[in-house]
Design a protein. Structure first.
Length: 277
């Protein structure tokens, strides 16, 4: 499981608990990511939840040409490295082409994330694998859970077994997503940790405005369903003020709501563990 991957600074280990991947969608500024990280680290330390900070240094897949894409690759990655060193916390970020794998790794990123739309890109998966970093592969919105076995094989065959598989919803019509929770036991059967990306699963893409919508009022329901289904980890994008976020504000969790959500998930996880002894 993820605790076997020897991720630097992954704390609060407990084989009975879920781990959390959380942070803002994109690095808007150093001040923002440090503020979010500080608050989440405080919460997860008090609740004994293993935590990995996430933020994208660049958003390559945006609805419109003028959508915010980032503050610059090297500047964003430098902020992630500084955050990792100052807060002693593992960090995760997306990569979009093979050259970015070694670039992100050079800034001491712990987990390289393969975006859902790119989960079948063999050269990208192999490049991520070659860094020796943990590779989190998001299941494509167009992909059956069984097909994730072959995405994982591309990383494994390149000599890297440090793999995470993430469910993030399946396209339902043009402008909605649904989660088929049968995917959780299916992907867990491949022997890798499985994460539910709660907030992206609640996106409503392809809006006429060119801005992706979402259903953040269902975050608690979705996260609790994931725990009940047996996920190993929970992925949540969060922001102090989602209404003014520069990316994915429509589906992010407001930061001051995170602690109560995690408290409810801990209670549910305890019940899950008791039932599944």
């Amino acid at each position: 499981m993820i605790y076997d991957y020897n991720i630097e600074n992954l704390k609060n280990y407990s084989g009975d608990n879920f781990f959390l991947i959380a942070g803002p969608c994109v690095i808007e500024s150093e001040e923002l990511v440090f503020n979010v990280a500080e608050k989440i680290i405080d919460i997860t330390n008090r609740l004994s939840i293993p935590y990995i900070f996430k933020a994208s240094y660049r958003k390559a897949n945006r609805s419109k040409a003028d959508s915010f894409k980032g503050i610059g690759d090297e500047k964003g990655l430098s902020i992630l490295q500084k955050l990792k060193e100052e807060f002693k916390v593992p960090v995760l970020t997306d990569i979009h082409n093979p050259a970015e794998a070694s670039l992100a790794a050079s800034y001491k990123v712990d987990v390289l994330q393969i975006p859902a739309f790119l989960c079948r890109q063999t050269d990208l998966l192999e490049a991520a694998a070659s860094t020796g970093k943990v590779v989190n592969i998001k299941k494509g919105q167009f992909l059956a859970p069984v097909s994730m076995k072959y995405a994982a094989e591309k990383v494994s065959n390149a000599g890297n077994e440090k793999i995470i598989l993430t469910e993030r919803g399946t396209q339902f019509g043009y402008s909605d997503l649904i989660v088929d929770f049968r995917s959780i036991p299916e992907m867990k059967s491949y022997g890798y940790p499985v994460v539910l990306d709660v907030t992206h699963s609640l996106q409503q893409p392809n809006q006429a405005s060119g801005v992706t919508g979402g259903r953040p009022e269902l975050i608690t329901t979705m996260a609790q369903a994931g725990i009940a289904a047996g996920v190993d980890g929970i992925f949540i994008e969060t922001h102090p003020e989602p209404s003014i976020a520069l990316s994915d504000g429509a589906n992010m969790l407001r930061l001051d709501m995170l602690e109560n959500l995690l408290l409810s998930l801990l209670k549910l996880r305890k019940v899950y563990n008791e039932i599944n002894k």
